[in-house]
Design a protein around this ligand. Structure first.
Ligand code: SF4
Length: 446
């Protein structure tokens, strides 16, 4: 069914190494700017049913990849910290048995061995829940703070107020078991440079190892979007908002945080291993309602074989990887409660050589590590000199770091990374012509 020759030539990802993303799509209320998939007003019974479904899906994958080394497990949402302790403890225990290395938790809890991240919001995090997380082996906590100012938290319709934010952070410090990542937002309605600096200094006072810094993006059709359209709220000029973000970024840099990705800063050696894996094109599975996974076809072939035939589309000859998407909560629960194979809930989309190559650059160029040209050329079976020529002719070439380029890496200087969205269309066109050339020069390498 799958072209074995191409499979061998591309060798995308590492069949024996996987990352696991687990999506818990529950939120207590909806934040005013967010249109991310999640459900509100979900009771304990439904949360319990979802966790059972996720464990069934996890076991299904485990049977397919019994020997895969899982390097990271990321529980995101939604708001995973909404799960009550009595459900959370057994759920995390089962996940640890399925995915954590042997002896993890007893002899070893280092993120270098197994990074286990958990997303939380301040209003649903207390000492008892933190103890459950630590005892289960979670070693990295990602906390959605956004701001320490009540007026901004209210403008965003965040559930937590500033005192809840501080209480949660103090509880995390007292527990002391986790590497801490904080989400901070700039560009909030009415925010000044002084406000941004005050928020950054409060964040720094908790000495998190990692900070994700975002400029507020208001999704269309959300309550905040409507307020803006009705003239009730103003976000200010885009240049002002860019400057606010830059004020925060400069302060973080001055305090020793390295900007290793457009929106992510860390103390030396404390980068997020799981997210870095996405940016490097590592294979990952997605568990839970709305979750997405991407596996190179060499790895995904066993999933495809395990799919219900009526659901799995035929693998076409240009496919090199498969993106596997789970349905929303109701359909997910229906399949997981039925006798059907968990894979029958999945929607498959095959990704071509060109899709993957573009994605590798699209993600890699966001990072300070960039894209290793020799490795990339080897994986994709293309000539490194051609790849270099594409980069040299690209609109973004003036922003390439010349020393890194000479050493075999495509890395954008910071100013270029911030312009990446604008520069990418031209890159996509040039990469397409390279792919066409590669196909012509190497029959069978589509
Ligand atoms: S908690 Fe996160 S996922 Fe939930 S509504 Fe707010 S921003 Fe969206």
């Amino acid at each position: 069914m799958i072209d074995a020759q191409i499979e061998t030539a591309l060798k995308l990802g590492r069949p024996n190494e996987l990352m696991v993303y687990l999506h818990l799509p529950f939120c207590s209320t909806r934040c005013g700017y967010c249109d991310f998939y999640s459900e509100t007003d979900v009771g304990e019974a439904r949360i319990d049913a979802t966790l059972r479904g996720i464990l069934r899906e996890a076991e299904w994958y485990k049977n397919i990849y019994p020997n895969a080394h899982v390097s990271s497990l990321y529980l995101g949402g939604g708001t995973p910290s909404l799960v009550p302790c009595k459900l959370l403890a057994p759920f995390l225990g089962r996940l640890a048995r399925l995915f954590a290395p042997v002896n993890y938790g007893a002899a070893e809890t280092s993120v270098d061995v197994f990074e286990w991240s958990f997303e939380a919001n301040p209003e649903s995090l207390d000492p008892e829940k933190l103890a459950v997380l630590a005892e289960s082996g979670v070693n990295r906590l990602s906390l959605g703070i956004q701001s320490f100012e009540d007026r901004f938290l209210r403008a965003l319709d965040r559930q937590a107020d500033s005192s809840m934010v501080r209480q949660a952070l103090e509880a995390v410090q007292q527990n002391g078991s986790f590497q801490l990542s904080l989400d901070l937002m700039t560009g909030l309605p009415g925010q000044s440079h002084v406000d941004v600096a005050a928020d950054v200094h409060r964040v720094l006072s908790y000495a998190p190892q990692h900070i994700s810094l975002y400029s507020l993006t208001v999704e269309q059709g959300t309550p905040l979007d409507r307020q803006i359209n009705e003239g009730l709220v103003s976000l200010g000029a885009p240049s002002h908002r860019d400057n606010l973000w830059e004020t925060a970024a400069a302060l973080l840099r001055r305090h020793g945080y390295r900007q290793y990705e457009i929106s992510n800063f860390c103390l030396p050696g404390k980068h997020a291993r799981h997210n870095s894996g996405y940016w490097r094109g590592r294979p990952y599975i997605g568990l839970g309602p709305g979750a997405v996974g991407t596996l190179p076809l060499a790895v995904a072939s066993s999933v495809v074989a395990a799919e219900v035939p009526a659901v799995a589309p035929a693998v076409n000859s240009s496919a090199r990887a498969v993106r596997i998407t789970n349905p929303g909560l109701l359909e997910y629960l229906r399949v997981m409660k039925s006798q059907d194979a968990p894979g029958s809930a999945h929607t498959l989309e095959y990704l071509s050589f060109q899709d993957l190559l573009l994605e590798r650059f699209l993600l890699g160029l966001r990072t300070s590590e960039g894209v290793r040209l020799g490795v990339c050329a080897g994986e994709f079976g293309i000539d490194e000199a051609h790849l270099r020529a594409v980069l040299e002719s690209w609109e973004g070439a003036p922003y390439l770091d010349r020393r890194s380029f000479a050493a075999g890496r495509a890395v954008l200087r910071r100013g270029g990374r911030m312009l990446l969205d604008r520069l990418l269309p031209d890159f996509a066109v040039r990469l397409e012509s390279l792919v066409i050339k590669s196909c012509v020069s190497k029959p069978g390498n589509k």
